[in-house]
Design a protein around this ligand. Sequence first.
Ligand code: TXE
Length: 497
Amino acid sequence: MSELALLPAVSEFLKRQHGHFINGQTVPGGGKTTFNVVNPATEKVISTVTEGTATEVNAAMEAANQAFYGAWANTTPMERGNCLNRLADLLEKNLEELAQLETMCSGKTIQLSRFLEIGASVQFLRYFAGWATKISGETLNVSLPSFKGEKYSAFTQREPVGVVAGIIPWNFSIMISIWKLAAALTCGCTIVLKPSEFTPLTMLRVAELAKEAGIPDGVINIVNGGGSEVGSALIAHPLCSKVTFTGSVPTGLAVGRSAMEGKLTRVTLELGGKNGAAFLADLPVEKIVDGIIEAGYLNQGQICAAAERFYIPSSLIDDVLSQLKQRLSTFKIGSPLDETTEMGPLANKAHYEKILNLFEQAKQDGNQIIYGGCPIDGTGYFVEPTIIRANSPDDTLMKEETFGPIGTFLSYDDEEELIKQMNSTPFGLAASLWTNDLSKAMRMISRIEAGTVWVNMHTFLDPAVPFGGIKSSGIGREFGSAFIEYYTELKSVMIRY
Ligand code: TXE
């Protein structure tokens, strides 16, 4: 197979001078600074974007605030849901254009862009659309004494928090934006999104589709630019009522601090970590190998919930690693625009350099590199899928998030020790347990410190199932009904009569 030809709409879109999307309009931006969007597969500049300034940040926040008290407040819950459903229809209609655009910016294989960035976004939009008509409070029994026959009634109601600032990483620029946008809009909030400076384009196109879907001007705004400029200005803005962030742990800590510092702005942080996957000895080796590939290597490992620490029974580890090596050696690595490619480049140069440093670190720690551990010669930020056998739980690659196609392995003999190892991290986003012994799995689940525990699966995010981290992997939950708490305030009403 060869590379897909870009759709004319994609080539045209890339040629435009990009900036922002504010109050229903595409805005080139008045700032003097521009930054380049680089295709990580070719290292070529494919587009330029004007960096946002205080002017765009202010205009976007003002527009979102006006829509919050105006057009969006006047929209019925049913119509809010309909808007999200119409946006889902338009994403489906423009699936190929959006998928190609995203692949050009992030290096994600075209199949993943189609299936996850757009396909899953459509599902999430439809799920959240359904919530618009179902967000409600409760009636309460009051226990105050009645001296003169007076009576009381009390109820709670959920009210949207206001203007939300959504700060988005580069690994799933559409899907993660949609999680935040759909949650905000269905609750009656409006949003200003700041995409990552590495993947600033596709949401600009999605915002145009949102307008076509009939979402009123100002409800969705996009301001592009750097984290310490645009990102922190959004958080500090007086009209910002809530921050929702997905990204790295150090940036998440800084975002959380600045949100709290100014005016106790509500904040949800979905951070990464160092997720563990534990395989029990009852499983056949082939099933373990399938599980490792599913858990650790999808999208070049650039998934916050991906597993990075793998625990394998001592009796099986040699066979597992030798079969895994064989399987990884057959991976088709190449252009992400080729439909048969299984592994594309890393998403950007900074991340590529970080991964090369981690390969060096593994060597310095005396780890055994069973497979990979090198960049791939030629153009593009390609690295080999890598298997590392660690010596101890204290090795760097057992502790630090790589966010790359690197599985680090330790063997174990004792299941009590295994639980201890799984929990020996300051992080707790997700974990998986792999076994046919469901009774054993059920007993282990509650002992594993993670926001999500998968059994015989990994990295499946379903709109109905809450997602978020414990320990240093974050605060708050997305999806399910849990998200409502984070986008609404609970108002209590008491009436004496
Ligand atoms: O992420 P950041 P970066 C890891 C991955 C990667 C490393 C750095 O290992 O190599 O983090 O990537 C915005 N105030 N992950 O720098 O810094 C920033 O502009 C407000 C794992 O891209 O977390 C971007 O929009 N915003 C991770 C977003 O925050 C700020 C996913 C995320 O950037 C800001 C991505 C500030 N002070 C990278 N500084 C995961 N686990 O999901 C930056 N930003």
